[in-house]
Design a protein around this ligand. Structure first.
Ligand SMILES: *Cc1c(COP(=O)(O)O)cnc(C)c1O
Length: 357
C-alpha cells in the first residue's frame, strides 16, 4: 500500500503532479530557454493563476525564489536598514528573527510560549521599526495567529512594513492585502508540489524601500534583490535560470485549485480540522497542544500524546499513515498532522480510526 503523508511539508503530493509532470516532459519544459517566449508564457500563466487563486491585487509583484527561507533573507535585506521586530512563538518565526540577526540588523523580538499567541494590542516599541515580521501559521506548534489582530499592527504602526510568512497556511489563508506589504510561501506544503520554489509577494512600498536602501549604500544583495527581481519580472523572467518545471507545475496546481474553488477548499479544510480536533478533545490519550481554540491552526494540527508520540508514530506508519513528530524539544511528545487540500476527508477519517487507541 502506498503511504499517505500527513507530514507538514514536504508531504503528500497533489494527485495531479504526475500527470502535469508527464505533460511538461512532452512539452520539453525542462529544456527550453528561460529567455524564450515559451517560458514567458509559462511565467505569466503561473502568475495569473496565483493572482486569481490568492486574490493578489495588481499593485503587488510576485517573484519566484528558491525557498521560503530565501524569502526571509531577501525581505530582511531589502526592507531593513537598522530595525526589525519579530513575533516569535516557535521554530519558524525564530528562523525569521535569526536571519535578521545574521544579517547584522538590530532585530528585536517579542516572544510567546510555544503553543501560545500574542496580545497585539499591547505591543509597544522604543525604536521606529522598519519591518514587522509575522509567522501566520507556526508549523512547529500548530498556532495560527488571528489575522484581524495582526492587521491592527499595521494600523498602529503605519510607518512600518509588515511581512507575513504564510508557508503552511497558503492557499487556505485569505490575506487582506490592504494591511500587508509582503507575504511568502513555498510550494511543498499546501500546494502538494516537490520542493524547490519559493513565492514572494510584495507591494510598491517594499520596492521603494529597497531602492532607498540601495541609494543609501546598504547591501540589498545581488542575485535576488527586489530591484533585480522586479527588473526581470516586468519581462516575465527571472534573474537566473529558474526552476522552470516547478514554476510550470505551480501554475497547473493553482488552476486545479481554481477549478475546484477556493471556498470549497476552505470549507473542506475547516471540516477536516474539526474532525481531528474533536477527536483529540474526546479521546483521553490525546490533547490538542494549543489550549486556546481561537488560535488553533486549521492546516497543521498538533496534539500532545499521553506517554509520548514515538510508538504511535511507528504504529501509524505501519498502517501507511505518516505523521510528523513534534518539533525540536517536543519531538517525542507531539504528533503534527498536515491538513492540506490533498488530504481527503476519507484519509482523515481513516487516520482518526487508526489513532483511536
Ligand atoms: C516549512 C516552513 C518554512 C521553510 O520553508 P522552506 O521552503 O523549507 O524554506 C518557513 N516557514 C514556515 C512557517 C514553514 O512551515
Amino acid at each position: 500500500m502506498k503511504p499517505i503523508f500527513f507530514t507538514p511539508g514536504p508531504g503528500q503530493l497533489h494527485p495531479l503532479v504526475k500527470t502535469y509532470t508527464e505533460q511538461a516532459f512532452r512539452e520539453n519544459i525542462c529544456s527550453i530557454s528561460h529567455r524564450s517566449e515559451t517560458f514567458r508564457s509559462i511565467y505569466s500563466q503561473t502568475i495569473d493563476a496565483l493572482r486569481e487563486l490568492m486574490n493578489i491585487p495588481q499593485n503587488f509583484q510576485i517573484f519566484f525564489l528558491g525557498s521560503a527561507t530565501e524569502a526571509m533573507e531577501r525581505i530582511i535585506q531589502n526592507c531593513v536598514q537598522h530595525n526589525s521586530l519579530h513575533f516569535v512563538n516557535g521554530s519558524f518565526s525564530r528562523r525569521f528573527y535569526d536571519t535578521a540577526v545574521d544579517l547584522k540588523k538590530k532585530a528585536s523580538l517579542i516572544e510567546a510560549q510555544y503553543g501560545a499567541g500574542f496580545d497585539f494590542r499591547t505591543v509597544t516599541t522604543d525604536l521606529p521599526v522598519e519591518l514587522i515580521c509575522i509567522t501566520h501559521n507556526e508549523t512547529s506548534t500548530g498556532v495560527a495567529l488571528p489575522m484581524d489582530e495582526v492587521y491592527s499592527l499595521k494600523k498602529r504602526f503605519p510607518g512600518s512594513l509588515l511581512a507575513v510568512d504564510i508557508v503552511s497556511s497558503a492557499p487556505y489563508i485569505a490575506l487582506d492585502y490592504n494591511y500587508v506589504d509582503c507575504a511568502f510561501f513555498s510550494v511543498q506544503k499546501g500546494f502538494g508540489l516537490p520542493a524547490g520554489v519559493g513565492v514572494m509577494i510584495i507591494n510598491y512600498s517594499c520596492l521603494e524601500k529597497a531602492q532607498l536602501l540601495q541609494c543609501s549604500n546598504t547591501n540589498i544583495g545581488s542575485y535576488h534583490n527586489f530591484l533585480s527581481l522586479q527588473k526581470q519580472a516586468v519581462n516575465l523572467q527571472t534573474p537566473e535560470t529558474p526552476n522552470v518545471l516547478g514554476i510550470y507545475l505551480l501554475g497547473k496546481i493553482c488552476e486545479a485549485y481554481l477549478d475546484k474553488g477556493p471556498h470549497i477548499i476552505r470549507f473542506e479544510t475547516d471540516e477536516k480540522a474539526r474532525l481531528l480536533y474533536d477527536f483529540f478533545i474526546k479521546n483521553k490519550q490525546y490533547q490538542p497542544f494549543v489550549a486556546n481554540p481561537k488560535i488553533r491552526s486549521r492546516t497543521v494540527i498538533v496534539a500532545d500524546v499521553n506517554g509520548g508520540s514515538i510508538p504511535l508514530i511507528e504504529k501509524l506508519s505501519n498502517h501507511g499513515y505518516l505523521v510528523g513528530a513534534g518539533y525540536g524539544p517536543l519531538k517525542k511528545q507531539h504528533i503534527r498532522i498536515a491538513n492540506f487540500p490533498m488530504h481527503t476527508r476519507d484519509d482523515v477519517l481513516k487516520l482518526i480510526e487508526t489513532m483511536d487507541i
